[in-house]
Design a protein around this ligand. Structure first.
Ligand code: PMP
Length: 425
């Protein structure tokens, strides 16, 4: 594969940008490869600056459930741009998207827009603490909730590769109120509540973990979380930055019929533009300024271009049969993938239209299982796929995504590439 121009672009980027990238996992170091530089993307593919065209299963980390460059979203964005791009004054589109979110997602009565998932989670946690008057946040090892100081404790995603449990530059005092326990472990959950229950402001989780690779907890575990938080007066926060509008129109909470108190969104909700959101029960959201004492703000929050992209994306997702079609296609792919990896010490975890391949000989239920999987084998597998112009999310700790735009031929081609990649691996 010709990579001259990407290599040149990387060298140039390294002169001005730390590590040459604006988000660490893009550097492809977790898979022992050099980064690609993208020229353009369309539907389920992107083309790099050397002209190589890849089938994309990263999709901007789960954003493009409709595929890249969707014509209706593009049109809505172009129309929005023609009206100016930001005012710092309320617009009708913010209310329109807020109304749509409250109508679509069962637990949302009020919602506020921000610009990134990190910001959404930071704000939701502050609201939870402000509402309950308590400090402790309970999270789970391997769940990633953005890069705010107090959330980088045993975090997944790009932080999963870090040698220490939290980032350098975070004073120990800043994570004093964060507890992280094993995911999917009822015993550890009960223990934490027994010890700290009355001080726990909120429990936050990815209802289906996607940042340690896809790990789905049993529904009983999610019910247990709902029950125990109610019992102790703690709030339950679903971080649906990935699962929102992905696992069903109403996200994981609709798929599993569990009602959290607060929810965070990102990725799909911005249709490829910087928008994210947090929302939930109206009485809880009422603590936010200007109504209440919890401060939160943003210059570009509710940006009209991002709102237009989000609104159009949700309209597309509301088309009858959207999720059924996506999941039927995904399940067929997963079925064939499972046959391929049979007996190869590779585990396929999947939920809805997202999946991860773990190089392991046992079931993957939590972060420890994930960490015990063979990341070297994954890296070798990854490079072999890349050679065949298949772009998976570039880390053993990530989810890969299927979009509406992936064609049967592209999925077939991917299966062939996987078959070739696992020979003698
Ligand atoms: N929460 C989850 C579940 C995420 O997957 C991410 C990002 N991958 C975030 C929060 C942070 O979002 P952002 O990168 O937009 O800050």
């Amino acid at each position: 594969m010709q990579r001259t121009l990407s290599e040149k672009a990387y060298k140039e980027a390294l002169r001005y940008i730390p590590g040459g990238v604006n988000s660490p996992v893009r550097a492809l170091r977790n898979v022992g490869a050099a980064p690609l530089f993208v020229k353009k993307a369309d539907k389920a593919t992107f083309t790099d600056v050397d002209g190589n065209k890849f089938i994309d299963f990263c999709l901007s980390w789960g954003v493009f459930i409709l595929g890249h460059n969707h014509p209706a979203v593009k049109k809505a964005v172009k129309q929005a741009v023609d009206r100016g791009s930001s005012y710092g004054i309320p617009t009708l589109v913010e209310t329109e998207l807020a109304r749509m979110v409250t109508e679509i997602v069962p637990s949302i009565e009020k919602v506020r827009f921000v610009s990134s998932g990190t910001e959404a989670v930071m704000s939701a946690v502050r609201v939870a603490r402000g509402f309950t008057g308590r400090n402790i946040l309970l999270k789970f090892d391997g769940c990633y909730h953005g890069h705010a100081d107090h959330l980088l404790v045993s975090a997944g995603s790009g932080a999963a590769g870090l040698k220490s449990s939290s980032s350098a530059g975070v004073p120990a005092d800043f994570v004093r109120h964060t507890l992280s326990i094993p995911f999917n472990d009822t015993e550890a959950l009960h223990q934490a509540f027994k010890q700290y229950g009355p001080d726990i402001a909120a429990v936050i989780l990815e209802p289906v973990a996607a940042n340690m690779g896809v790990v789905t907890p049993p529904i009983e575990y999610l019910r247990e979380l709902r029950q125990i938080t109610l019992q102790y007066g703690s709030l339950l926060i679903f971080d649906e930055v990935i699962t929102g509008f992905r696992l069903s129109l109403g996200g994981a909470q609709q798929r599993f019929d569990i009602r959290p108190d607060l929810t965070t969104f990102g990725k799909i909700i911005g249709g490829g533009y910087p928008a994210a959101a947090f929302g939930g029960r109206a009485d809880i959201m009422a603590v936010l300024a200007p109504d209440g004492p919890v401060y939160q703000a943003g210059t570009l929050s509710g940006n009209p271009v991002a709102m237009a992209a989000g609104i159009q994306t949700l309209h597309e997702l509301q088309q009858p049969g959207f999720y059924l079609n996506l999941e039927t296609k995904s399940n067929q792919f997963f079925g064939e993938l499972k046959d391929l990896i049979q007996g190869k010490d590779i585990v396929l975890n999947h939920q809805g239209s997202m999946f991860t391949l773990f190089f392991s000989d046992h079931e993957i239920r939590n972060f420890e299982d994930v960490r015990n999987s063979d990341t070297e084998r994954f890296a070798a597998f990854y490079r072999r796929l890349l050679e065949q112009k298949i772009y998976f999310s570039p880390s053993p700790y990530e989810a890969h995504f299927i979009s509406q735009a992936h064609t049967a031929e592209q999925l077939e081609k991917t299966l062939k590439a996987v078959k070739k990649a696992i020979v003698n691996l």
